[in-house]
Ligand binder design. Structure first.
Ligand SMILES: [Zn+2]
Length: 70
């Protein structure tokens, strides 16, 4: 029952999740529910379908479109 060791992730990708396409840091949310509220608001205002994810870079939550799996 050895814990599976996490694959050495691609650091660049983890960093990418923290920034917008324009290279600015994304808004961080301390909790998933805060992020979910923001995602809900984005849907209401812009019909933008956003997901929430935990950032490997800052360990907070962001909203955004899911990154494609390579
Ligand atoms: Zn982040």
């Amino acid at each position: 029952m050895a814990r599976r060791r996490p694959q050495p992730s691609h650091p660049r990708r983890a960093v990418a999740a923290h920034f917008t396409r324009e290279g600015r840091p994304k808004t961080s949310y301390r909790t998933k529910s805060e992020a979910a509220s923001a995602a809900q608001l984005a849907w209401t205002l812009q019909r933008a379908e956003l997901g929430t994810y935990r950032c490997d870079y800052c360990h907070q939550w962001h909203i955004g479109k899911r990154f494609r799996d390579e």
